[in-house]
Design a protein around this ligand. Structure first.
Ligand code: ATP
Ligand code: MG
Length: 226
C-alpha cells in the first residue's frame, strides 16, 4: 500500500548567505493525506514558501526526510523527480509565472507538450481547462493582455494540465484585490470538491484559510497545527 501523499520527518532547511545561517525550517513533522485541503498561514519569513518548495521537489532539505506516497525523494533519480514535478504536482505562484510571449492556451498546454503529447491533443485539453476556469474568450490573449485574476486563472489551468494529484499554491491571491482573491479561492475550493485533489494553499487571509479542511500555522520554521 502506498503511504500518505506527503510525509515530512524532522525536516530542516538552513540557508547560508555571506556566512550568515538562517534556519528557515526547524524540524518539521507533517503528514498530508490524499485529498486533504490545507491552508498554511504564518508571518512573513516563517518558512511557508520554503516548505512549499521542498514539498514540491523544487528544493531539497538540509536535513530530514521527505516522502511522496511513501517514497523518499532523496532516493529518487533526477528523471523520477522531474516526472513527479511535472505530472504529480501542479504549482500556482503569487506572481503567476506565465511565459510572456505565449498566449493563454499556449501557456496552459506547455507542460503537456513537455510530457511528450502532441500540439492538437494538448491544445484540446488546454481549451477544456480554459472553459473550467471561465476564460475561453481569453484563449488567444497574452499575459500582459489579461487582468491579474485572469492570469492567475490561466496559471491554475496550467497547473492542472497534466492532471496532478496535488496542487501547491503559494499565496495565489497575494497580488489580487479582495474580490478577485476570493474568486481564485472559490476556484481552488471547487476543484477540491469536484476532483478530490489534494490542495495546499498559503494565504494571509484568515477567513479564506478557515474554509479549508485543515489549517496549519508556521511560526519561526515550526509547524503549529490549529
Ligand atoms: N534563497 C534564500 N537564501 C537565503 N535565505 C532565504 C532564502 N529563501 C528564504 N530565505 C530565508 O528563509 C526564511 C523563510 O523564508 P520563506 O520565503 O520560506 O518565508 P515565507 O513564510 O514564505 O515568507 P513570506 O510570507 O514573506 O512569503 C526567511 O528568513 C528568508 O529570509
Ligand atoms: Mg513566501
Amino acid at each position: 500500500m502506498k503511504g500518505p501523499i506527503f510525509e515530512l520527518r524532522d525536516v530542516w532547511k538552513t540557508y547560508c548567505m555571506k556566512g550568515v545561517e538562517t534556519n528557515a525550517l526547524r524540524g518539521i513533522n507533517l503528514v498530508i493525506k490524499d485529498g486533504e485541503y490545507t491552508a498554511i498561514l504564518g508571518p512573513s519569513g516563517s518558512g511557508k514558501s520554503t516548505l512549499m518548495h521542498i514539498m514540491g521537489c523544487l528544493d531539497t532539505p538540509t536535513k530530514g526526510k521527505v516522502f511522496i506516497e511513501g517514497r523518499e525523494i532523496s532516493q529518487m533519480s533526477d528523471d523520477e523527480l522531474a516526472r513527479v514535478r511535472r505530472d504529480k504536482i501542479g504549482f500556482v505562484f503569487q506572481a503567476y509565472n506565465l511565459i510572456q510571449g505565449l498566449t493563454a492556451i499556449e501557456n496552459i498546454s506547455l507542460p503537456m507538450r513537455f510530457s511528450g503529447h502532441g500540439r492538437g491533443e494538448s491544445q484540446r485539453k488546454a481549451k477544456d481547462l480554459l472553459a473550467k476556469v471561465g476564460l475561453v474568450e481569453r484563449m488567444h490573449h497574452k499575459p500582459n493582455e489579461m487582468s491579474g485574476g485572469e492570469q492567475q486563472r490561466v496559471a491554475i489551468a496550467r497547473s492542472l494540465i497534466n492532471d496532478p494529484d496535488v496542487i501547491l499554491a503559494d499565496e495565489p491571491t497575494g497580488n489580487l484585490d479582495t474580490k478577485t482573491g476570493k474568486e481564485i479561492m472559490d476556484l481552488l475550493e471547487s476543484l477540491h470538491k469536484k476532483t478530490g485533489k489534494t490542495i495546499m494553499v498559503v494565504t494571509h487571509d484568515t477567513r479564506l484559510a478557515a474554509r479549508a479542511n485543515r489549517e496549519i500555522r508556521m511560526i519561526d520554521g515550526h509547524v503549529v497545527e490549529k
